[in-house]
Design a protein around this ligand. Structure first.
Ligand code: CO8
Length: 258
């Protein structure tokens, strides 16, 4: 039975992890299916992806503890590598991916959310990296992405203590961009996605690439990455259409990704 579903509404793709019996925990099958689902997204017809978990209790309650419990050191590293490859694919996916966190985002769940461009969550969301309480480190990028997102001191405290934090604290420390009531979470996420999808697709993708690649290098190199992508925008029809519309005071221009 499939553990990941995909649907498309206009330019928005919705990927849902569907393993409610284990609070959407990530086993090998789920990781493989997330991977193939993203690989099959049509980038000509999709401009934003929302990634969420089924139900109202959990986004993803971590990597699957049953599957991990019997792994030896080599197998553990291989499992970590499998998750890392999938998460890196999401992080570097050409179009924005928004994590819609509808409950627990623990361990691998928090790490999955952090591999997305940004996160929105419901009021009942709980975030944490509880791995040290299970005798392991975060293994799907948590030690790296959490520190980059919320700063070294806060990340170290969360990881060393295994403390979980509620939605409002996640908002206060910048781990999530918005907190919504559970009932309106998906509707609000869709509104954000639609707003992004209305903008020039090439330019949005170029921004993602520039931000992602630039953040990992020094400013001199980073600014050159931006310059190159900025220049490429002037070869698109969307740049002509967008600027002409502004000058002619035309509202509601439709971009075609040319
Ligand atoms: N793995 C497997 N099964 C899980 C997981 C999980 N991570 N989380 C929940 N489940 C299962 C439970 O075992 C339970 O199954 P069953 O009904 O068959 O007993 C079912 O989901 C429902 O869970 P609970 O009954 O526990 O529900 P509660 O509401 O009482 O509690 C919690 C919810 C607090 C979320 C609780 O389930 C929990 O603490 N879960 C584990 C959270 C956790 O520790 N996550 C981190 C896992 S480690 C990790 O993610 C490492 C990532 C990097 C891996 C690198 C590998 C090398």
């Amino acid at each position: 039975m499939s553990a990941v579903s995909y649907k498309q509404e206009n330019f928005i793709g919705i990927v849902t992890i569907e393993r409610p019996e284990a609070l959407n925990a990530l086993n090998s099958q789920v990781l493989d299916e997330i991977n193939s689902t993203f690989a099959n997204i049509n980038l000509k017809t999709t401009r934003v992806v929302l990634l969420t978990g089924s139900g109202t209790k959990s986004f993803v309650a971590g990597a699957d503890i049953s599957e991990m419990s019997t792994l030896n050191s080599t197998e553990g590293a291989r499992f970590g590598n499998k998750g890392n490859e999938v998460f890196r694919k999401i992080e570097t996916f050409p179009i924005p991916v928004i994590a819609v966190v509808n409950g627990f985002a623990l361990g691998g769940g928090c790490e999955l959310a952090m591999s997305c461009d940004f996160r929105v969550c419901s009021e009942n969301a709980i975030f944490g990296q509880p791995e040290v309480g299970l005798g392991i480190t975060p293994g799907f990028g948590g030690t790296q992405r959490l520190a980059r997102l919320i700063g070294l001191g806060k990340a170290k405290e969360m990881i060393y203590t295994a403390n979980t934090i509620k939605a409002n604290e996640a908002f206060d420390i910048g781990l999530v961009n918005h907190v919504y009531p559970q009932e309106t979470l998906m509707e609000e996420a869709m509104k954000l996605a639609q707003k992004i999808a209305k903008n020039a697709p090439f330019a949005v993708r170029a921004c993602k690439k520039a931000i992602n690649e630039g953040i990992n290098t020094d400013m001199d190199r980073a600014i050159i990455i931006e310059e190159k992508l900025f220049g490429e925008c002037f070869a698109t029809e969307d740049q002509k259409v967008g600027m002409k519309a502004f000058l002619e005071k035309v509202k509601g221009v439709e971009y075609k990704d040319k």
